[in-house]
Every structure is written in C-alpha cells, then in structure tokens.
Write a protein that binds this ligand. Structure first.
Ligand SMILES: Cc1cc2nc3c(=O)[nH]c(=O)nc-3n(C[C@H](O)[C@H](O)[C@H](O)COP(=O)(O)O)c2cc1C
Length: 194
C-alpha cells in the first residue's frame, strides 16, 4: 500500500485538505492509499526522542508503515523557507536504510508565491542523499489559501483549478506506473535486497 504523508501537524492544515484530495484521486484510479498524519505521530515524538530505536506506539506504527510502503506521497507546506520542523523531526526518526533506500517518493508542495518549491527541493536533497527514488513530476500549489478559499459556490473550499487538478491526476497515474516499473525491474525497496 502507498501512503500519503501530511507534512505538518498544524490544526486546520491546508496540507491535510490536499492530502485528502490526493487520496480521492488514487481511489478514482482504483487504489486505496492511506494517510499518515503528523498530528498523530507528534504525540509520540513529543514524548521523547527515539532516534533509530522507536518504542513509542504512535511513532512505531507510523515508521513501520513507511518501512513497508509501496510508495510515499508527501504533501509538504512551506514554513520559513523550508519544510515544517515537525516533518524533518519525524523523518529523522526513520531507520536507515530500511525506510529510505530504493523507496519511491512523490512530492507535492504548497505555499505562497513559490508554491512550496523550497521545501520540495529540500526534501529532494534529503531523500536523494538517502538513496530513495524521487519521482520527477512534482506539483506546486501557489498561494494555496486562494486555491482553497470557501465561497457560496464552493462551500467546502475544494481545489477547483482545472490545470492543477489535471497535474495531480497525471502525477498519480504516472507515479503508479513508476512504482510498478521499479517492482518489475526488482529495483523497488520491497524487491531488492539492501
Ligand atoms: C509557520 C509558518 C511559516 C510559513 N512560512 C512560509 C514561507 O516561508 N513561505 C511561504 O510561501 N509560505 C509560508 N507560510 C504559508 C504556508 O505555506 C501556507 O499557509 C500553507 O497553507 C501552510 O500549510 P498548512 O496549512 O498545511 O499548515 C507559512 C505558514 C506557517 C504556518
């Protein structure tokens, strides 16, 4: 199973709203994809730092899901020119090489005028360094608060921009093919001995 990682623990997060939309897109393509929420994981992270030796239940469940994941889709907002500290702190608790090596990773950024370009590129550095397979099609949601604005005609504030919806649809379709191809070639984390 693939997983969508919500890249922040902020209450009322736009990243969560985008992550739910991405989950719907995968469902429409016939695939169930599970959300991993930093809000849940942070309870475990706040309890104590357990780098590489995770015993806290919330943290353990989440890191084990990542170690078995078919592919990670990370929805990451920009905080102060980078990814949220909570996300990096969570990533720093993953086991290497198990969580990272040969794992396909797909990235969606959101933020102000650069649409989360900086945190996405910082994630590419982190995952590239750790030998993950970074899927090259990235999606950036600029001025995300406008894209998700609630109105009389759009009371839930769903993303409606046809160009962005098309890009997200294409990204999901092609990421599925990318993951399947890595498995066929026995290059995927699940098929390769690290
Ligand atoms: C702590 C914080 C720092 C932010 N820093 C930036 C920034 O450096 N650049 C930017 O474009 N947007 C910045 N933003 C705007 C966020 O990217 C935008 O509000 C986005 O919706 C945040 O994601 P979230 O709703 O999932 O928390 C910041 C928002 C927060 C809460």
């Amino acid at each position: 199973m693939k997983h969508i990682l919500v890249g922040t623990d902020r209450v009322g997060s736009n990243s969560k709203r985008i992550a739910v939309l991405v989950q719907e897109i995968y469902k429409s393509l016939g695939e169930d994809v599970e959300l991993i929420e930093l809000q849940d994981v942070m309870k475990g992270l706040a309890a104590s730092a357990q780098y590489g030796n995770v015993t806290n239940p919330e943290l353990k469940i989440a890191t084990e899901k990542i170690e078995k994941s078919d592919g990670l889709i990370i929805v990451c907002p920009e905080y102060n020119g980078s990814m949220p500290g909570a996300l990096k702190y969570f990533i720093d608790h993953w086991r290497y090489p198990e969580a990272f090596d040969s794992r396909p990773v797909c990235l969606i950024g959101l933020g102000g005028m650069f649409g989360g370009l900086r945190p996405v590129e910082h994630l590419q550095q982190v995952f590239g360094y750790r030998n993950a397979y970074i899927f090259p099609q990235r999606v950036f949601l600029m001025n995300v608060w406008n894209l998700l604005k609630k109105s009389d005609v759009n009371p839930e504030g769903r993303l409606q921009d046809p160009l962005l919806l098309g890009l997200m649809q294409k990204q999901a379709q092609d990421f599925r093919t990318f993951v399947d191809a890595l498995k066929v070639a026995k290059l995927h984390a699940s098929t390769k001995s690290i």
